[in-house]
Ligand binder design. Structure first.
Ligand code: NAD
Length: 394
């Protein structure tokens, strides 16, 4: 087991911050976050200064200084970062979603993902994933898929219940919704690879795919994987009579703001994902398991640790309450240690220990691949108004 892991961040935005803060809480292995690179010089230098890191102009320039590349850039940039890191013999952590389809070469503003043919999109995405998977597998590089739902304490407790009771999961329902992402890349298909299904739906979907992996491994030593999907998406903030009250983000270029996916697994059991950009009141993230021997509701956010009442918003101006709440007035489901309750801390802990010991993390390459294979099959299903589409596994 190696004693220390040197990490370099690719991206200096929202996710870079919670990755860094969580990496700094890892114990049992020494983690040294040495530097950051990102697209814009000004923001990467500001991020580096704020957190005491070295700013590198490019990923190539950072590679020699690190053992692990932590990819927290927008989805369109993930593949390039992964390939460079793996070619240099480095381990990789990659934020969700692994990769996707970002338009034909040279796609600009005029290209619209919501209107592009989805069969070709699926085919091209599978090809890209095949290449990516082969490169990672052939290299033997460490790969951690940063899907926090897997690591939320409630989901890990449910893992224990499934493993120790030999439960059979018959159906699940999961959701991640809020009032719209803060990232400037979000809402533009050629940067994000899709809309709600990709940006948010991937979380509960991966959480539920993980649950069936756990069930299969516990009972038969083999994960149970997704077989088919039916899906619908909508652009609810763009219906003709939408009345914008100013609380929900609406400036999307070419993506859906509502989506649902119905997945049938190899064993005939099912899970349903709901996701959207039109929920007020902060993150609305949960995952519910209906098994043959128990039922569990995992509260991802709000996690239910604390409610606070504030009669005057201004009093709490310097108090962080919960992600995506648009007011601090009245009752709030305040997040007490949100990094812990949504799984960021356990995620980095698992990745760093596994990278040091050579073991496989709970959220690895297969989960990342299955998630994207389902989502792009879901986009094709949506184009066919919900027809069932087989999921091709890699
Ligand atoms: N797990 C979660 O809860 C969660 C939450 C938010 C975002 N994310 C994921 O994290 C990733 C980043 O999202 P974000 O919200 O931090 O976005 P952001 O817009 O806040 O930050 C993105 C950063 O990447 C940099 N960047 C852009 N293109 C780049 C390129 N080609 N090469 C290198 N750097 C580049 C930008 O300069 C910026 O510093 C996305 O994949 C997103 O899906 C995950």
């Amino acid at each position: 087991m190696r004693k220390s892991v040197r990490v370099g961040l690719v991206g200096a935005g929202f996710a870079a911050t919670f990755h860094l803060e969580s990496l700094r809480r890892v114990y049992g292995v020494e983690v040294d976050v040495v530097g950051v690179t990102s697209l814009r010089e000004k923001s990467r230098k500001a991020f580096a200064r704020r957190h005491g890191l070295k700013a590198f102009d490019t990923l190539d320039a950072m590679l020699d200084a690190v053992d692990m590349v932590d990819i927290v850039s927008p989805p369109y940039a993930h593949e390039d970062g992964i390939l460079k890191a793996v070619a240099a013999g480095k381990g990789v952590l990659c934020e969700k979603p692994l990769t996707g389809y970002f338009g034909p070469p040279g796609a600009d503003k005029a290209w619209r993902g919501d209107q592009a043919p989805k069969k070709d999109m699926l085919r091209q995405t599978l090809k890209r994933m095949e290449r990516l998977a082969k490169t990672i597998r052939d290299s033997g590089a460490f790969f951690g898929y940063a899907e926090n739902y897997v690591y939320a304490p409630s989901v890990q407790k449910e893992r224990e219940i499934i493993e120790k009771t030999g439960a059979q999961i018959l159906r699940m329902i999961g959701e991640e919704s809020h009032n719209g992402s803060g990232s400037s890349a979000y809402g533009i298909w050629r940067l994000a690879g899709g809309g709600s299904l990709m940006g948010k739906g991937c979380h509960p979907l991966s959480g539920m795919l993980y649950m069936k992996q756990v069930e299969g491994l516990a009972r038969n030593g083999k994960p149970i994987r997704p077989a088919a999907v039916s899906a619908r998406t909508h652009q609810l903030t763009r219906i003709e009579d939408y009345r914008d009250a100013g609380f929900i983000r609406t400036d999307y270029h070419d993506i859906e703001d509502y989506g649902m996916m119905h997945v049938v697994f190899e064993d005939g059991t099912v899970c349903d994902t709901l996701t959207c950009e039109i929920v007020l009141g902060g993150l609305f993230d949960y995952l519910e398991v209906f098994a043959n021997n128990h039922r569990t509701r995992c509260h991802i956010s709000p996690a239910g640790l604390m409610d606070t009442y504030n009669p005057k918003g201004a009093q709490f101006k310097d108090v962080y309450l919960i992600e995506k709440a648009s007011t601090k007035e009245g009752w709030s489901p305040a997040a007490a240690d949100e990094h812990f309750t949504v799984g960021y801390i356990a995620e980095m802990q698992d990745f760093m220990l596994c990278a040091a010991s050579g073991e496989k993390p709970q959220a690895g390459l297969e989960l990342a691949l299955d998630t994207i294979a389902v989502i792009y099959a879901a986009y094709l299903s949506d184009e066919k108004k919900g027809a069932e589409i087989p999921v091709r596994l890699l």
